[in-house]
Design a protein around this ligand. Structure first.
Ligand code: URC
Length: 294
């Protein structure tokens, strides 16, 4: 039997990275999901099991981080994709064509009080507003408002230090890291607000303000736990009709990368969502009954 190999290619999929360019206190951040695919003169790998001259997919993944770091000026996803594709073709003699497909997450700089935040981002168009209502024969009405999938990120003003260390602990202590979360929050009303829309707007901005801090400079977070508690307190302060707040905040890790042949320079991160930390709490006004997790 004679066989043909009309197509072969190999690449790395879902190389997720964060890239931060720091211009003084003002930071620019992108999150990219990169997929590479190389067409190359590698028939011998298929026919004979010989890998000579093959650009391993692991090398392709490492190269994504290296080229991301080399983009020393803030660049577009197209410019990065061009640099990466050209690198593969110009570096490896057997590669005839590089195909680079990238998806960019819609992280947008948050506007706070009309000012662009120095280092605070929110994911566009993901947030869902929720309402949970019960009403019984005795005429008792309970209204629990909320939101979910509110994704927030800050490129600095976050750290995590002083935690228990034992033989299972390898996490380094840091006083500067990216903090990102997809917030779920519900709050139960003791009294019904005159306007649910206005109460919702106040609740949402209380969460954003406590997570990100002021547009200029932000606010330091020593942990997701501390920030979560401040977000809940802020909501209780600014929405006087609320009595109990539930918050769930996954800790979506951005892990510093040492690109091959170089060092982490507060610039390139592996963007992950699995596994992730998960922090949640109910915060009430003193004496109030906490509402159940929905
Ligand atoms: O803010 C954090 N809280 C944690 O509980 C935790 N655990 C961890 O590994 N990193 C972090 N960060």
């Amino acid at each position: 039997m004679a066989y043909a190999l009309p197509l072969h290619q190999h690449g790395k999929s879902k190389v997720r990275l964060g890239r931060v360019w720091r211009d003084g206190n003002v930071h620019h951040m992108v999150e990219w999901n990169v997929n590479t695919m190389l067409e190359s003169d590698m028939g011998h790998a298929f026919f004979k099991g010989e890998n000579t001259g093959m650009t391993a997919t692991d090398t392709q993944k490492n190269t994504v981080y290296v080229v991301a770091q080399r983009m020393s000026q803030k660049c577009t996803v197209e410019q990065f994709a061009i640099a990466l594709a050209q690198h593969f073709v110009l570096t490896y003699p057997l590669v005839s064509k590089a195909k680079v497909y990238i998806e960019q997450k819609p992280w947008n700089r948050v506007q706070m009080g009309g000012l662009p935040h120095d280092h605070g981002y929110a994911l566009a168009g993901t947030e869902v507003r929720t309402a949970y209502v019960t009403y019984d024969k005795a005429g008792k009405l309970d209204v629990t408002a909320g939101l979910k999938e509110l994704s927030l990120l800050k490129t600095t003003q976050s750290g995590y230090e002083g935690f228990l260390r034992d033989e299972y602990t390898v996490l380094p202590e840091v006083n500067d890291r990216i903090m990102a979360s997809t917030v779920t929050c519900t709050w139960k009303y003791t009294n019904q607000p005159a306007c649910y829309d206005a109460a919702f707007a106040a609740a949402k901005s209380s969460l954003l303000d406590a997570f990100l801090g002021p547009a200029k400079g932000g606010v330091y977070s020593p942990s997701v736990q501390y920030t979560l508690y401040n977000m809940a307190k802020n909501l209780l302060d600014r929405v006087p009709q609320s009595e109990s707040v539930f918050l769930n905040m996954p800790n979506l890790h951005f892990i510093p990368v040492n690109p091959v042949g170089s060092k982490f320079n507060n610039d390139v991160y592996v963007a992950t969502s699995e596994p992730h930390g998960n922090i949640e709490a109910v915060v009430t006004r003193r004496g109030m009954i906490p509402h159940a997790k929905l």
